[in-house]
Design a binder for this molecule. Structure first.
Ligand code: TXA
Ligand code: MG
Length: 342
């Protein structure tokens, strides 16, 4: 299959190209497009055969439901049977934006979008290209992250191309995405909202609008409960080189890297700008940024970076779990082969 790539022309993709991509969606083809979180791999959510192509291109397990992307609150309402009161202030504050609502579904969308569940995840993305594409398509668009299943989500068109060239009909190159981690998924089927996946909107931000917000017990690593978002049970976001997560102070981190190097291991380090100077001479260090927002935005690119860098192990530092730091650490724990505590 030929993958058509539309490139950003200056700062915007022109209408004609959006229209072309939307037409492919309407014809039942799959097209990758940028959102403010990560690139999505879209198909007409009302077309079962089109949605099946997403699962095939990604190699995604059949029991993992997809998020339906819509352009407006009115369109969101068409896909669900009920919206609890606490959702309205959340929508007011965060939609369009990186927040996905799990709500009781009607049968507007194809069955395989929901993967057998009675609920559906719905999100209004805020990226101008995503919104323009959704408006032009005029239908809800089912879209998981546009990576091969199990790999880090794509934050650049080049990541999508590397994973899916030849397997999808089109790719809109809108440059680097913003947040860099996926949307927050909240279960809105109960009395109070429950975070199933931390992401672009933080728990603190949600609580400021909706009062108490819970975290799915299945998300806490020590818990035996199954995560409620089916996707969260898989090993995820994993680079092709083993990833070690290091929890400890600078001195211990540097000593650990040194010890690994002495043992003959070629090490690639992922670290914050503040840790740049602590490692032994000659260590390959890829800096993720100075603030936790910058780190979130460049994390997936960092995880992919060492694939081409001839290292045996990646060692990444841990970050404080405040704000988007919760999502950063959730993804790092899921990607890690081992967590080292000193
Ligand atoms: O930011 C994002 O959310 C990106 C962009 C493209 O919008 N999409 C994304 O989709 O991350 P995906 O498929 O990679 O992750 C969706 C997550 C999975 O963990 C899935 O199990 C969960 O949402 N999910 C979807 N529908 C659900 C439902 N009805 N009930 C519970 N969890 C659901
Ligand atoms: Mg994904």
């Amino acid at each position: 299959m030929h993958t058509k790539v539309w490139k950003k022309n200056g700062t915007t993709i022109i209408d004609k190209e959006i229209q072309e991509a939307a037409n492919l969606l309407k014809e039942g083809e799959v097209v990758a497009f940028p959102t403010e979180t990560v690139y999505g791999l879209g198909a007409d959510a009302t077309n079962e055969a089109a949605v099946r192509k997403i699962f095939e291109a990604k190699g995604r397990p059949q029991d993992n439901p997809l998020i339906a992307h819509v352009a407006s609150a009115e369109q969101l309402k068409e896909l669900v049977t009920y919206i609890p009161d606490y959702v309205y202030p959340l929508m007011e504050a965060f939609s369009p934006g990186p927040l996905t609502y799990i709500l009781p579904a009607n049968d507007f969308c194809a069955e395989n979008v929901k993967a057998g569940l009675s609920t559906i995840g719905v999100r209004i993305p805020s990226h101008p290209i995503a919104l323009a594409l959704l408006q032009a398509a005029g239908k809800p668009v089912a879209a998981p992250s546009a990576n091969v299943s199990g790999k880090p989500s794509p934050t650049q068109a080049a990541h999508v191309y590397e994973d899916l060239n030849g397997k999808i009909s089109g790719l809109i190159d809108g440059g680097q995405t913003g947040v860099g981690l996926e949307s927050t998924v909240i279960d809105c089927t109960g009395e109070i909202p429950v975070i199933l996946r931390p992401g672009g909107v933080t728990k603190e931000q949600l609580e400021a609008e909706a009062g108490t917000v819970m975290i799915d017990p299945g998300l806490v690593t020590s818990s035996a409960d199954r995560p409620k978002a089916p996707g969260m049970k898989y090993k995820h976001y994993a680079p092709e080189v083993p990833l070690y997560l290091f929890e400890g102070n600078h001195q211990a981190f540097s000593a650990f890297v040194d010890k690994e190097k002495q043992a003959g291991n070629r090490i690639g380090v992922l670290a914050s700008n503040q840790s740049a100077e602590i490692f032994p001479d000659g260590t390959k260090v890829h800096l993720l940024g100075g603030t936790i927002e910058e780190i979130a935005s460049s994390l997936y690119d960092g995880l992919r970076f060492f694939k081409h860098a001839n290292v045996d192990k990646i060692v990444c530092e841990t970050f404080p779990e405040q704000g988007i730091g919760q999502a950063v650490m959730n993804r790092l724990r899921k990607a890690a082969d081992q967590i080292i505590k000193e």
